[in-house]
Write a protein that binds this ligand. Structure first.
Ligand code: AGP
Length: 613
């Protein structure tokens, strides 16, 4: 969470920083701010106007000097301290000679603040971040070297951070560092850049370097020097940026969520493309381990958060069915803190759109330390998780800007199913013909999804019929259950309505007490043995007065007689159905959110990438 950007050596540095902040809004929009070197002083502006903070910041920068070439910018997702201007970054030291921005949490900020106050430092904000700028102010007194002082400052900190500093006394220089939270740097035409993630630097550089933990970066015009904790110069890994800056534009759609829903057929097709080689074998991406390791696996654990966890639940069915491997799926923030047993025979799969979510990142680090083979499924090439894992598999969905995940979730399901097929292939649990048949089935999905995203009229009618309700239950069984969870999450995050996803069989164990007239039940009924059981559960909620919406396949003959509203999806094999069933639920959440006048791309309190616990 929080987006950071810095530029050294460009005549249009302020424009570059503001443009970067617009693209980083999805990381947080509680406030925004900039600080630049200005002829031996600092020039700084901040704004805190909720979702229009960056816009407000741009307005306040109208009087900026034309000569700014070195500066930093920040969009905030508040952790410590209210989302006010006083808590907006950059934070300044007592002498107003240093400006500092931060993504992460400083866990020992309270004790550091007390110690700094005792030394006479005055604090202006209620943030954890501000301790860093005062620590740096003190450390600079030793030798005035900004890089060395930053390295010493890191020694005081506990927690997660990507931090960048501009100093009025160190012309043509920015210094940055990280621990846990991501930080990238890049250079082009003599201008050096830093950012929290690729969108910050898109269109400016075509290659970025990922900074390792506790390394410090010295950025100057035409030069970037990275040093490790001991002060030795190191060479960071580089990643090519293949996305153009147009992918960060709405491209004629009303908002990013609509654009990204429409990009789903392409996201699935790209994730499936060239996965079968000339010998008929499934191809994953960068797998830095012996295939023999995968053959030895006797258990799989999938970890993720939010929608990525839901994709993992679908993946579990595929791995258990095709590869015959017992598979657990865990919410990463829970998995980290239980006494999970690792070892070489357990394969741990971290699923994450961003590849940066702190809980998933730390969970896979833990698993790797315990000796397990780890694969990261990510949408971002070179993201932290892909660097921490033994192997990476990419979802190739393209940049996703809207806070609500759409195209990346569908692509994650596809990636997990491909991985399940690879495991089946290696273990000999499915024949080449069976695998080919399954892959053929998956290849039919882009066309079906295109049909669904192009047809919104029925979904809008259903939304109009149910949007006055306050309480929603999403029910499903088997492969329909993760779909129900995902439908509920989409609705709550963008419409602010109470929506619970539940396994339909669990309803009678408590939640049915909440069913009464006025409550909406959205049921996901996929064909197969679970359909009849779902219809029994639907009868139970109807009998108690609920309004029922059913997502059903085209051939379902029963649904019209039991549902108040029906949303149809095409008939496909059961493992492919979750991908289709998620689409009308995304559209339903979108239509309800729009009817409530909510900015779907920037729902309150949320950030796209969660880099704090
Ligand atoms: C879903 O719409 C969410 N925005 C959220 O649950 C998301 O899936 C979660 O934060 C995980 O993010 P990741 O995939 O980048 O790890």
């Amino acid at each position: 969470m929080c987006g950071i950007i810095g530029v050294v050596g460009s005549a249009g540095a302020l424009e570059t920083v503001l443009e970067g902040l617009r693209r980083l809004e999805y990381r947080g929009y509680d406030s925004a701010g900039v600080a630049f070197q200005d002829h031996g002083d600092l020039w700084s502006r901040r704004a805190a106007e909720g979702t229009r903070s960056v816009e407000a910041l741009v307005e306040t920068c109208g009087d900026a000097p034309a000569t700014l070439t070195v500066g930093i910018g920040h969009t905030r997702w508040a952790t410590h301290g209210n989302p006010t201007e006083i808590n907006a970054h950059p934070h300044l030291d007592c002498g107003k000679r240093l400006g500092l921005i931060h993504n992460g949490i400083i866990e020992n900020h309270a004790e550091l603040k007390a110690a700094l106050e005792a030394l006479g430092h005055g604090f202006r904000s209620g943030t954890d971040t501000e301790v860093m700028v005062h620590l740096l102010e003190d450390e600079l007194r030793t030798d005035g070297d900004l890089v060395a002082a930053t390295r010493r400052m890191l020694g005081h900190l506990r927690g997660a951070f990507a931090v960048a500093v501009v100093s009025a006394d160190h012309p043509d220089q920015l210094v940055a560092a990280r621990r846990v939270s991501p930080l990238i740097v890049g250079m082009s035409d003599g201008v050096s850049y830093l950012g929290s993630d690729i969108p910050a630097l898109m269109g400016k550089v075509d290659r970025v370097f990922a900074i390792e933990e506790d390394h410090v970066v010295d950025l100057r015009p035409g030069s970037i020097v990275v040093t490790n904790a001991e002060g030795q110069v190191v060479s960071p890994q580089s990643v090519e940026i293949t996305w153009t800056s147009e992918v960060a534009e709405k491209g004629g759609y009303a908002d990013f969520m609509t654009k990204e829903i429409h990009e789903q057929p392409e996201a699935i097709a790209a994730t499936l493309a060239s996965r079968i080689d000339a010998t008929g074998s499934i191809q994953l991406d960068d797998m830095d381990f012996d295939e023999e390791d995968l053959r030895q696996i006797d258990k799989v654990v999938i970890v993720g958060c939010g929608s990525s966890y839901h994709a993992g639940l679908v993946g579990k069915f595929a791995i258990e069915r095709w590869a015959g491997l017992p598979t657990e799926v865990d919410i990463a923030s829970e998995f980290r803190y239980r006494d999970a047993k690792f070892g070489p025979s357990t394969l741990v799969i971290g699923v994450s759109q961003s590849g940066e979510t702190i809980d998933t990142l730390e969970a896979i680090k833990q698993a790797r330390k315990g000796g397990s083979t780890v694969i990261a499924i990510s949408n971002i090439v070179g993201a932290s998780m892909t660097r921490e894992a033994d192997g990476a598999m990419y979802t190739r969905a393209g940049l996703e800007v809207s806070v609500a995940s759409t195209k990346t979730v569908l692509a994650q399901v596809i990636a997990l199913e491909l991985l399940a097929l690879r495991l089946a292939e290696l273990r000999g649990t499915r024949s080449a013909e069976e695998i080919e048949q399954i892959v053929r089935e998956l290849h039919s999905l882009p066309a079906f999804v295109a049909g669904l995203v192009g047809a919104t009229k029925r979904v809008e009618e259903v939304a109009a019929g149910i949007s006055s309700a306050r309480d929603y239950f999403f029910l499903g069984r088997h492969l329909g259950y993760p779909v129900a969870l995902e439908g509920a999450l989409k609705l709550k995050e963008i419409s602010y309505l109470r929506a619970e996803g539940y396994p339909a069989g669990e309803l009678k164990h408590g939640p049915i007490a909440l069913i009464e007239p006025g409550v909406v039940v959205v049921a996901v009924v996929l064909s197969g043995p679970m359909a009849e059981k779902m219809y029994s559960n639907i009868a139970e909620v109807k009998a108690r007065g609920a309004t029922v919406v059913v997502v059903a396949e085209a051939s379902d003959q029963v649904v019209e007689s039991v549902a108040d509203y029906v949303l149809r999806i095409p008939d496909v094999a059961d493992f492919a159905a979750p991908v289709l069933a998620m689409v009308p639920l995304q559209q339903l959440a979108y239509a309800i959110a729009k009817s409530r006048g909510i900015d779907v791309d920037r729902p309150r309190n949320l950030a796209k990438t969660v880099t704090v616990e």
